[in-house]
Design a protein around this ligand. Sequence first.
Ligand code: GBH
Length: 502
Amino acid sequence: MASSITILAAILVLSHTCQAYTKFPDGFTFGVATAAHQIEGAWDVNGKSENVWDHLTHTKPWMVADFTNGDIACDSYNRYQEDVDELDYLGVDFYRFSLSWSRILPTGRIDQINPDGIRYYNDLLDALAAKNIEPLVTLFHWDLPQSLQDLGGWANPKMVDYFRGYADVCFREFGDKIKSWITFNEPYEICEDAYGDEKKAPAIDSHGVGNYLCSDTLLKAHAEAYHLYDETYRPTQNGKIMISINSIWYEPKDPENAQQVTLAETANQFKFGWFAHPIFTDKGGYPEVMVANVAAQSEGEGLARSRLEQFDDYWIERIKGTSDFLGINHYTTFLVTGPGVDPTAKSPSWLKDIGAVTTMEVGGDSASEWLRVVPSGFANLLRWCKKSYNDPLIYITENGFSDRGTLEDYGRISYYNDYLSAILDVINDDDVKVLGYTAWTLMDNFEWRAGFSERFGFYYVNITDPARPRTPKLSAEYYKQLIANRELPQDDKFKAPSARRQ
Ligand code: GBH
């Protein structure tokens, strides 16, 4: 009896595996992503001014795990042609990279445009065009000019104008070559990690206050850049513009536990909904549960008004609908275990405002403490986005896996395989409209406060060698084959030796 059950189970598992989708739909596109500060180096060369990451790493070098910084990074400022050759080898449809604000506008404002910054990005864009690789360009991937941080950074409402000015220069100078724009990379990480905590530069740690000032400014700045593009540049440049929102997907630890189910939804509204709800819902503004929770917490703290300022009607309308696609960065899933204050939460704080306790004890591990391997969470997130945001057109603008640096990176391959398989499931079974996929990242690079100790690249970069030689990992061969065939590779050589068929 026991053995016949085992056999039956084996048949079921096997038939399920065989039925898994492997082929990507026609028109689905593949790319890889990087960000200026993580790869360019040349931090003070030819007119570039200091940004918040230069400042943090130079004044408090101990804040980076291995005491590295972005001074040279992958030296892409000098070696961008190597980057493009690698992209060409992989066969990507597009390359997602970001522009360095302080390289283009050394004062941060539009009173001075640095010709070398314009030249550098034009050279890169021309090199990409020569290989038929489409650029997908992020205006802001965390490297704020320090001069603007000195004025308060994203907690300063005036930043709406400064960002609009910077975007205007970029659309004008590069818009003939760029048809796809991203305004902000990961607004949550900008506001919560950098203003509500010290996990990212400028490490302001104004928990429960600065984070919400930041979101108010950032969402308005995003909307202004969108409208500027839409009204002034789109008629002649014909491009698209979106925002990329990062998600930790929260699930109830016990799906049968109604309280955990409700709290996981609250956590998703606080994390993803904080920035998605104002832009992608018909109602606009912050999620209701977020408004209610922060108001209640603020009252409990004896405050006369909520720490979360709501948008007035003008801004609700102005922000709504300002993204042509939903850009999703996704890496991992956490579990909600119950109500209460997370033991790591400061007071007051975004985390305390949620009112749920979470755990990372789920899935397989990576080199990053925060990155658990849970492909099913990705599928659930995508289904939730379809339902919550009117069935949007979705681009995955980042997804990837860290290890400590090995050329036979089976962990990375299996991560990509399982996360891409989750995408195929929701495309085929749930009609979720995912149009393209971006792997993070082309090559090992300056992983912010983790330095080079956590590596996400398809190419290994030796940072002790001034020439920064790059070597393709096995995952590079995997991605190359995947793109060439538009199908998940099945070859045994991509499986860890222990997982191979005999
Ligand atoms: C992305 O962020 C970034 O866009 C990209 O630049 C980065 O290189 C990539 O992911 C890989 O990390 O250790 O407690 O300080 C993903 C979201 C949020 C993940 C902050 C790391 C740090 C948590 N990131 N998190 S902690």
